[in-house]
Design a protein. Structure first.
Length: 108
């Protein structure tokens, strides 16, 4: 039986951060500091070996030029021993602006 592949469509561009940046995250009864591997306006991929299951609500805090960004999100997917994809569910106006400025700078 042939298998079909479908292109992944995303609402927001993403950028891979080769060195990553640190993010503090809290959720699923755990709190850790991990590295962000991929960042976009819609969410992040966080490199971590001990992750909460998909569907877990998390709070994120990371430093960017101009201040710290705080966001809430939900774990959308987990890649064992690699990390988790988190979709932002709530980002304040100031935090969203800081994130946009950072992404604009990184994508040049």
């Amino acid at each position: 039986m042939p298998t079909e592949t479908f292109p992944i469509t995303r609402r927001f561009d993403r950028i891979t951060l080769p060195k990553g940046m640190f993010v503090a995250w809290y959720g699923g009864g755990d709190s850790q500091v991990s590295r962000v591997q991929t960042l976009g306006m819609g969410g992040v991929f966080i490199a971590a070996t001990n992750t909460p299951p998909a569907g877990t609500n998390v709070r994120l805090v990371f430093e960017v030029p101009g201040g710290s960004v705080q966001a809430e999100g939900v774990v959308r997917n987990v890649s064992p021993d690699k990390g988790m994809g988190v979709e932002f569910t709530r980002v304040g106006t100031r935090d969203r602006m800081l994130l946009k400025i950072l992404l604009r700078r990184l994508m040049q």
